[in-house]
Write a protein that binds this ligand. Sequence first.
Ligand code: AMP
Ligand code: TRP
Length: 355
Amino acid sequence: MSSFKPLVFSGVQPTGNLHLGNYLGAIKKFVALQDQSDCIYCVVDLHSLTAQLVHDDLEDQTRQITAAFLASGIDPMKHIVFNQSRVMQHAELAWIFNCVARIGWMNRMTQFKDKAGKDRENASLGLLAYPSLMAADILVYRATHVPVGEDQKQHLELTRDIAQKFNNDFSGRIAARGLGVEMQVGEETVQGYFPITEPVIGGPAARIMSLRDGSKKMSKSDPSDLSRINLTDDADTISKKIKKAKTDPDALPSEVKGLESRPEADNLVGIYAGLADMTAEQVLAEFGGRQFSVFKPALADLAVEKLAPVAGEMRRIMADTTYVDGVLRDGGERAGALAEATMRDVRSIIGLLQD
Ligand code: AMP
Ligand code: TRP
């Protein structure tokens, strides 16, 4: 009996500017995982239609996320970088998963509730089915590990539920075709066609908060630009935003426990730790007892040192659209071949006639 080969998949939507939360919570992890496994990184353009159908510059937004991936150090030759809509098998598998998943599962998603707001009847059907497409993105490659920020945890649990239900509902037909793979889920050894994917969440930067309000996550949609550091901000802007970040009047504690109920301080320490590849403990060992008048300039210098080269490289790459488009085309071809191999199995398992 075979077992699943480790494979990393993740996606980022081409909507708005990338910010420090995206970088530390997701992209930096994408880069780190390249040395351990094969990785597939996707600009999920179809997902960006769920909240807003008409975009003036979806092409450029897609190129911008691609440039951020490349500028951060993702190697498109060793791994795969592409935009989702090129590989139509994502949408095909999403349809099948729409028939596997239950409406109740979708209705429970906090992101759907937040994004749909009060007028749920008027949200797009795509917004409700969003997690089904996300499960298809991952499972069309039978990926085993998915690095994301904390906010995506619930969607990944749903991905596991969809894989499990498919494996159970079709267990006889999977076994009859010899397509079952053995896997360890908790204590149990089970068999199925789709892996039960592991989220890769955690570290000090899994949830970066707004610089203006430590109770809100740093987000593309916050009306205040001072609430976030954009990956395209220049050195002066980065420094200014950190110096203006909300804090409290106390010095930094020397223990992590002292950050409890100090959300802004906790956030800035987490950002420092994420940028420096340190733990919060290590940051406090260095800065415990210091005032923000000392910590903020050190954080600003660190942020500029780490982010300004990425921004510069992004601008350089963005200027060469032929190169960027070539990366996406080549990645799409390689991803498409892998996805089609899965779909041939899936069609056969379900009983959809094909040649
Ligand atoms: P999105 O821009 O919503 O497609 O998010 C891209 C990735 O960034 C996902 O893995 C998110 O979980 C992650 N992310 C977004 N905002 C934050 C944040 N404030 N802190 C940490 N990770 C985040
Ligand atoms: N939902 C993710 C976000 O908003 C983006 C995404 C789409 C994704 N498909 C994915 C992330 C598959 C990981 C794996 O951040």
